[in-house]
Design a protein around this ligand. Structure first.
Ligand code: TPP
Ligand code: MG
Length: 515
């Protein structure tokens, strides 16, 4: 085995069996090793931001890391924005960055750059492999890092000679333990006391607490104590819809968030902190809770929410309490004009059971989350990092992680343009993704933010930096050019029908919603 083969063998041995790749000359041995290992699936992405976003989407659904292959510093730099989004969502990933051999670097060849310098701010762990005989150890260590809870960004730099020289046998570090920490008994008792007080309390759930046993147990706590369950405006993944424990979403806009939070005497945080405004505004606070509200940190980001809620239920003597579950709300198929409400109703009526929604719908989607609470059970994924262009790549990775489930990706036209190359990978891999482009030919949200910031009304020159209608993007031609069938709709009933139609055949589809 050479170093590259040793690296790939270690990845798959440790459960990392997919690589989102965009290779270059320095990664030819790695490419050969990917191709030579039948247990590794390699997926070509035509932009590194698609690769890193797809790795994020994979982790969101699997809770285990994917790998990426990126070409030296520039390849990594192209992927960084979606690494940032993944990091904010606590997704783990293993990035393999190709690099020149040490003997070549001293000549400062054109692709030479400070890879560690680029990687470090957005990685939890960075290592430059030193030799082909120790690369397996480095790789196992990278997988351990990425697999921690919460997930970590691990970046392994792979010099060319390390890749092509022979690898020897090497001992590996043990796999990271799966068990997570639980909060202390004293902390659990404190939270139980807060909840027993009967004072209005909001329990804010995040990361792995918004699904599975943790969510179900949180529902029991809420039923037993009258506390309300909330989420931040954006969450890594929520299991929601009919039959699930419902979670109220803290509004995005600061005044609405303040109004929502006003009545709570206590905020209890689970794998998150207290609500912070997305942006600072000249006349608005950064922290959105009311004066006098006490914040109690219950479960820290690296702790186990399911275990914590079990302990809390015992402390409350409520292990037998049943959670209140979301009722099914049957939404009539809407007709007529497309607006945020009719769009939301169409989604609520069309979403099939078990689908995954990767949401980047911004202005047009502002009613969607509230109005799909009673839809058939589904998973919802949001962007926690605020760097747009996350949606179509994350949908790509989620579809690979869950081939039996359809992924819906409602996305603003502006956001979609950052990483639209995802469509090509979706077509090539025949992924079950329905991309829904909200074509308002504008960065519409920025018009609202212009006013919210107190900047007044945008003039013609400011507007020309916000509207993207000159020239108009031809979404059907875009989809067709990358092998994805597309349809345009201009009514709510046609939108609903297009979504349902897209689920009838395997493979990707694009719906242009003309607003
Ligand atoms: C990487 C990055 N660049 C720029 C922005 C600023 N930004 C936020 S929203 C937005 C426009 C979004 O437009 P679109 O997706 O069409 O949404 P809508 O029209 O529905 O508001 C921009 C440019 C950002 N969040 N991230
Ligand atoms: Mg738009």
């Amino acid at each position: 085995m050479n170093g590259a083969e040793s690296l790939v063998a270690t990845l798959v041995d440790r459960g990392v069996d997919i690589c989102f790749a965009n290779p270059g000359t320095s990664e030819m041995h790695f490419l050969a090793a990917l191709g030579g290992n039948p247990r590794m699936r390699s997926v070509l992405c035509l932009f590194e931001g698609v690769a890193t976003g797809a790795a994020d989407g994979w982790y969101r659904m699997k809770d285990t890391p994917a790998s990426t292959l990126l070409h030296l510093g520039p390849g990594l730099a192209n992927g960084l924005a979606n690494i940032h989004n993944a990091k904010r969502a606590s997704s783990g990933m293993v990035n393999i960055i190709g690099e020149h051999s040490a003997s070549h670097l001293k000549y400062d060849p054109p692709l030479n750059s400070d890879i560690e310098g680029l990687a470090r701010p957005l990685s939890h762990w960075v290592r430059r492999a030193q030799s082909s005989s120790t690369i397996a150890w480095d790789t196992a260590q990278a997988v351990n890092q990425a697999s921690a809870h919460p997930g970590q960004i691990a970046t392994l730099i792979l010099p060319g000679d390390t890749s092509w020289q022979q690898a020897g046998e090497t001992a590996l570090p043990p796999a990271a333990p799966a068990a997570r920490k639980a909060p202390s008994a004293a902390r659990v008792e404190h939270i139980a006391k807060v909840l027993r007080s009967g004072e209005p309390t909001l329990v804010i759930l995040a990361n792995k607490a918004t699904r599975g046993a943790a969510l179900e147990r949180a529902g029991r706590v809420a039923a037993a104590t009258g506390a309300r369950l909330g989420s931040q405006f954006f969450t890594a993944r929520i299991e929601r819809g009919a039959g699930r424990v419902p979670i109220e979403r803290i509004p995005y806009a600061v005044p609405q968030a303040q109004a929502f939070l006003k009545g709570f005497r206590h905020i209890v945080t689970v794998e998150t902190g207290e609500p912070v405004a997305f942006f600072s505004y000249p006349d608005k606070p950064s922290l959105m809770k009311a004066e006098g509200t006490q914040v109690h940190r219950f479960v820290e980001a690296d702790e186990d929410s399911a275990a914590a809620f079990e302990m809390l239920l015992e402390a409350l003597g409520a292990t037998k309490t049943a959670p209140k579950l979301q009722e099914r709300v049957r939404t009539a198929v809407p007709s007529g004009a497309l607006n945020p409400t009719s769009v939301a109703h169409a989604l609520a009526a069309a979403l099939p059971e078990g689908c995954i929604v990767v949401d980047e719908s911004l202005t047009t989607g502002r009613e969607s989350m509230g109005l799909t609470m009673g839809a058939l059970p589904h998973d919802l994924i949001n962007n926690l990092g605020g760097s747009i262009g996350y949606g179509t790549p994350v949908a790509t990775g989620a579809a690979l992680a869950c081939p039996d489930r359809r992924v819906f990706c409602p996305v603003g036209d502006g956001s979609a343009m950052y990483t639209i190359q995802s469509l090509w990978t979706q077509a090539r891999e025949n992924l079950n993704v329905t991309t829904i482009i909200f074509a308002n030919n504008s960065y519409a949200i920025l018009k609202a933010e212009y006013a919210n910031m107190g900047a007044g009304t945008p003039g013609a020159r400011a507007l020309s930096m916000i509207d993207i209608d000159r020239p108009r993007i031809d979404w059907l031609a875009m989809a067709k050019s990358m092998g994805v069938p597309g349809v345009a709709v201009d009514s709510a009933e046609a939108f609903h029908k297009a979504m349902v139609d897209s689920t009838r055949e395997p493979g990707p589809a694009l719906i242009e919603v003309r607003l």
